[in-house]
Design a binder for this molecule. Sequence first.
Ligand SMILES: *Cc1c(COP(=O)(O)O)cnc(C)c1O
Length: 303
Amino acid sequence: MSQVVSIMWVYNETPVLELEEPLAIAAGVKLLVKREDMNHPRVSGNKWWKLKYNLQEIAAQGKDTILTFGGAYSNHIYATAAAAEACGLRSIGLIRGEERRPLNPILTAARKFGMTLEYISREQYRRKADEAFLSALIEKWNDPYLVPEGGTNDAGVRGAKEFGISLQATPFDYLCVPVGTGGTIAGLIQATGSRAEIIGFPAIRGEGSLASDIAMLSGEIEQDTRWRLERNYHHGGYARKTPELIAFIEQFERTHGFALDIIYTSKMMFGIFDLMKRGYFSRGSTVLAVHTGGLFGRQEQLQ
Ligand SMILES: *Cc1c(COP(=O)(O)O)cnc(C)c1O
């Protein structure tokens, strides 16, 4: 089978930039950003990697429909719809909660890419990994290929690992990445070994099972010392924003000339800046932050 599923779905190489950031200079730290937001014109960032092997798997299984789950502002829903359109697949998105009109920019775009949207209650949504619920879906939608929330399954982690391996030529002592379901950081843990400390910045509030999910996805039995989560930068929880965060995003963009999204990458970068202020990173070290994308609908995000 061909490596490239569709010519519309090819990967663009992305740069690593060094930021001229006064805080980094003061902290004696070299701050690099991997601009993975530039890897595809529609689906920027980690979602490209998480879909890569899922798309190959669909082709291998000879299926023509992809079905997945997400919240109304899910980058994964947007990415899946765009990927399906590019690859000539039918797509179905099961969206948590009630339908809201007018549709937000993510769902409007998903529909434009041909995705069938169906709304399911929050209770049903909680059952999204149950065996019985999934078999009913498979029957109802005529044997689609199922992708879990956030694209986080073995194929998704495999793609994230491959992204991590692509960073091998870049020197760094710390690798920073935003965290939602944990699939991306799990692949990076697999790829990076013990060459750096990996720091995840959850966009979600609270403990939950995130750390054990990551340990399981990455194949680690116990939490090991190569990675940790910085839980203090969620700004109130998933998709919540504070005036402080918005001011940070605007200042960052003025200084460095590129955008951060409000759900994930801005909270990570805010955290990195705070850790630099606190002297967390050793002087003389290199910090590599991954810009995981998520910029679609950004004007609406900031309002
Ligand atoms: C989905 C997403 C994440 C979270 O990735 P996980 O693999 O679910 O942890 C991070 N950043 C952006 C921009 C995303 O869209």
